[in-house]
Design a protein around this ligand. Structure first.
Ligand SMILES: NC(=O)c1ccc[n+]([C@@H]2O[C@H](COP(=O)([O-])OP(=O)(O)OC[C@H]3O[C@@H](n4cnc5c(N)ncnc54)[C@H](O)[C@@H]3O)[C@@H](O)[C@H]2O)c1
Length: 334
């Protein structure tokens, strides 16, 4: 199988490419990545001689058409992915997440190539903290931020291309990922790298917002199940029953560093910060028989803390710029 992976230098995409070359040596991988601030070519260094890397933009229709014409399937991870950035400047989110997806869909339509679309549970909006329900494939879309609205728009394009043009596509909406190679702007790596630097962690608002955490390897094993055995036109929710409030995540990270549970600062909450996300992944589990490997969040988190301790060379170059950007955006607790 020849596979085009967009966004393969980003967090989830890079882990997907690592998992693919390790578990499926017969698959020929081409990565297409624009190497934005979030892309890091060095994430692919350990497997550089086993893949092809193309530096380019998914919104470049001619490039995308040429690449898609040479593969059997596309897995589309590339995106602007950081909620906070989408509040400061929504335009790149519209351009990459919507126009970029459009360009891929036109190419897979023309070449009749199998397409898997990576999306997020944030398209469903949020749940009240005391609401015991979870998102399912039937939950209506209700995005809150420019990021989630742009992802929701791209999902809708995929559905329309399946219905209108017979594109062989599947969609997955996954909950919050954690694991190696995640940019230090994101919640868990930021807390870990701050602690390595001796800086107290910071928490938005009360820290009672609940996220449903999944290890990135579990997300990617589910993507492979869907790519190989998923029903065309279907949406699958991916989650590992990893619900935790942000405060308890910070406390587990503090525990991994042997620090007291109250050793953190509060910062003002961001506008529209979603309260709770929770995924019901029964369809994926019953129809495709998928199960997560990391059923214990504490174990997966401890492994992630260790990865950031062992791979300072990977994250150190991003750290100062990220903290400067947070400071410039108004987070004064440094
Ligand atoms: N991180 C999560 O918790 C999470 C959860 C569910 C779904 N998702 C989805 O998974 C996908 C990957 O997320 P991530 O966390 O790995 O993101 P990321 O920001 O770490 O990586 C995105 C990658 O896409 C590349 N990219 C950006 N714009 C591009 C363009 N125009 N052309 C080509 N490449 C471009 C970047 O250079 C980067 O390598 C996204 O679609 C995101 O919406 C993420």
């Amino acid at each position: 199988m020849r596979l085009l992976v967009t966004g393969g230098a980003g967090f989830i995409g890079a882990n997907f490419v690592h998992q693919t070359v390790t578990t499926r040596p017969g698959v020929q991988v081409t990565v297409l990545d624009k190497l934005t601030y979030a892309g890091n070519r060095s994430s692919l260094d350990p497997i550089a001689d086993r893949i092809e890397f193309v530096h380019g933009d998914i919104a470049d229709a001619a490039l995308v058409e040429r690449l898609v014409g040479g593969v059997d399937a596309v897995v589309h991870f590339a995106a602007e992915s950081h909620n906070d950035n989408s509040l400061a400047d929504p335009w790149p989110f519209v351009q990459t997440n919507i126009v970029g997806t459009y360009s891929l869909l036109q190419a897979v339509r023309k070449h009749q190539v199998r397409y898997h679309h990576i999306s997020t549970d944030e398209v469903y909006g949020d749940l009240e903290l005391d609401d015991p329900s979870a998102f399912t494939e039937a939950t209506p879309y209700n995005p809150s931020s420019p990021y989630s609205a742009s992802k929701a728009s791209s999902d809708m394009l995929v559905r329309a291309w399946v219905r209108s043009f017979g594109v062989r596509a599947t969609i997955s909406n996954c909950s919050n990922n954690y694991g190696p190679y995640q940019h230090v702007e994101k919640f868990i790596p930021r807390q870990i790298t701050n602690l390595i630097d001796g800086v107290r962690p910071r928490l938005y608002g009360s820290g009672h917002q609940v996220r449903d955490w999944i290890h990135v390897d579990d997300h990617n094993s589910a993507v492979w199940e869907i790519l190989e055995r998923g029903r065309i036109g279907r949406t699958y929710l991916i989650g590992a029953q990893g619900e935790r409030d942000n405060k308890s995540v910070v406390q587990l990270i503090l525990e991994a560093f042997g620090r007291p549970a109250d050793d953190f600062d509060h910062v003002t909450d961001r506008p529209g910060h979603d309260l709770r996300y929770a995924i019901d992944s029964s369809l994926l589990r019953t129809e495709l028989g998928w199960t997560p490997r990391y059923s214990d969040f504490r174990t997966g988190l401890a492994a992630t803390v260790q990865w950031y301790r062992d791979n300072e060379n990977w994250w150190r170059p991003q750290k100062a710029a990220t903290e400067n950007a947070y400071a410039a955006a108004g987070e004064k607790v440094l």
